[in-house]
Structure formats: C-alpha cells, structure tokens
Design a protein around this ligand. Structure first.
Ligand SMILES: [Zn+2]
Length: 327
C-alpha cells in the first residue's frame, strides 16, 4: 500500500502565521513525525510531497501523488481565522457513502480521541472544493490541526500535543488504509523522556553527542523539542540530533528519573500558590505555597511539577523558578 503525506505550504508560501508561528513549519514537523511513526509500525510505502522548507505548487503536490500511484493522500494544515479546534475535509463532490468519507470517519475518530486531553473542540467532518482533494486520483483527506492565530497556538507550541496529534494521524491513516502491522517493527526510539526549551540563540544541533560531531543547524529561542535520550550531558532531540544541555541556554524539563531521584529544585517566588493532588487545576488543593519556600521536584508532566508523593504545582514562570539538576 502506498501513502502520500502532504505538509501544507512551504518556502515562500508560509501559510497562516500567528503568535510567532508559521504554518509551513508546523505542517512539516507533524508530517515528518507521522511518516516516521507509520513507517516504523506498518507495511506501507510512504512518499512526502516535500521534506524541506521548499515551495511546491498545488498541482505539483497532486501530480506527485498521482504518478506515485498512492492509495491514500493526507494533507496536513494548521487553521487560521481566530477559531478553535480540529476539523478535516474531503472533496465536496463526494457522497457520505463514498470510500473517502468512510476513511475520513476513521481518521477523524482517531484524532478526536486525543482532543479532550487538551480541551480542544471537535469542529467536525467537512467537505470543500480544495485542489489537493479534487485533483488527487485516490481517496484524500485534508486535516486542519488547530488555529495558529488563537489561544490554540499554545498547543501548537506544546511538543506533547504535536506528538499526540502525529500519533493519532498515523493510527487513523493506518486503520483507514487497512495497513498490516510490521512483522518486525523497526526499533523505534522509546517514548520521549522530557522537553528541551531553547532559551538562547545560535545553539548548535549536532549529529552526535560531541562537539566534534557535524552541526546540522542552529536552534533558537523560543523553540521547544521532545527529548528521547541523554548521553554524558547531551540530549537526543530525535533521529540522532543532539544538543548540549547547558542550563544557561537549555531548560530541560525531564519527565522523571528511573531511580526516583529528583530532577531539580523548584523555588517559590509568589504567594498563595496552589499545591494540588494531581497535575490539573481540577485536582484538589492540598495547601498553599509561599515565597521563599523551595522544594525538590521529582517529575514534570504537561506543565506541572511533582514535588513528591503526588503533590503538584503548576509551572508558571511568574511565580516558579526551576533549576534542573546537572548530570
Ligand atoms: Zn494551510
């Protein structure tokens, strides 16, 4: 089975912009991750319409898919216009009983299963006369991941949201295409172990955990990446791309240590800060924290620190200062 993944926009065509984000970069980031997940887990031949930041026309995108003889086509976009939520499209000329509509339902179900975690609304399954849907010879879907110019942008900057959406796209497309599981799945990198927030500019991203490794590109604030491994003070940002974890320019929020040792120290800068029984504002308040208290942190999850024995505080830089333990 053959799949084409189409990251919307690229090059001089930035797509929608908002909150310091450009659609073309987000679509490429998600599309590459979907490709990696689906290739590692299923028997499928995947082609991307682009793998770098280049401009390609809509007709080039559909000719790539048509000449490849794809069985399915997914175009990934980010929405704009000030709304909120997720929606997907098939060609407006198709009936609700078409194969494309059935596949849309399958992909849609997979994606909307992750939305409640982020309180993101389901805007539904839709139809439109978009060129990439109309001109593709195979069943096709176009997904609008969230809005770049509303508060959804916070999610688009959350690496865990990008990962969850990419996993959902891969799962949904695999199910829609009826792909067979890989008999011997390619060893995937284990799940992410933390988040690296880039605080500085011109930080070298290298091919290995050493200053003698080749520089791939530069990292700049406010970029943010999932971390997949550590080696001698270096962090693997996935696919063998390493950055040195210097706290002066990298904030490393580690999900936890296997031996249960602390990941860092939390200093309380404000007053009346809620300490809760779980990483959520709906979890019960245990007590209030006040400056100048200071606590060991044992885990980080979805924006919250675990201060031990399931006592959680939200990481708002306005009233929390975090110091990661150095290796
Ligand atoms: Zn778009």
């Amino acid at each position: 089975m053959k799949l084409v993944i189409d990251p919307g926009h690229g090059g001089t065509d930035t797509g929608a912009v908002g909150n310091g984000l450009q659609e073309k970069n987000l679509t490429l980031q998600i599309a590459k991750r979907v490709r990696d997940i689906i290739s590692a887990n299923y028997e499928v031949d995947v082609k991307m319409t682009r793998e770098t930041d280049v401009y390609i026309s809509l007709s080039e995108r559909t000719s790539i898919a048509n000449s490849f003889g794809a069985d399915y086509f997914i175009s990934i976009h980010i929405n704009a216009g000030g709304g909120t939520g997720y929606e997907d499209y098939i060609y407006s000329g198709l009936s609700d009983s078409s194969f494309a509509a059935g596949k849309q339902q399958t992909v849609h179900n997979a994606v909307v299963s992750v939305l409640p975690k982020y309180s993101l609304p389901d805007r539904g399954r839709k139809k439109a006369d978009y060129a990439v849907l109309r001109e593709t010879a195979m069943d096709a879907i176009l997904c609008e991941t969230a809005f770049i110019d509303s508060s959804d942008a916070n999610l688009l900057q959350n690496p865990q949201f990008i990962e969850d959406m990419s996993q959902a796209y891969a799962r949904g497309v695999a199910e829609a295409m009826g792909l067979n599981k890989q008999p011997n799945p390619t060893p995937q990198p284990a799940g992410p172990i933390g988040i690296a927030n880039i605080l500085g500019t011109n930080i070298n991203l290298r091919t290995g955990p050493s200053t003698s490794s080749t520089v791939i590109r530069k990292l700049n604030s406010p970029e943010s990446y999932l971390v997949y491994a550590e080696n001698n003070g270096w962090l693997d940002l996935g696919a063998g791309q390493w950055v040195y974890c210097d706290p002066s320019y990298i904030e490393y929020l580690k999900y936890g240590n296997p031996d249960g040792s602390p990941i860092g120290v939390v200093d309380i800068l404000g007053n009346n800060i809620n300490l809760r029984t779980g990483p959520s504002t709906s979890a019960a308040v245990i007590r209030k924290l006040n400056s100048p208290e200071s606590y060991l942190a044992y885990a980080y999850k979805d924006g919250w620190f675990d201060l031990g024995t399931s006592q959680w505080v939200y990481y708002d830089r306005a009233y929390i200062k975090y110091k990661q333990n150095s290796k």
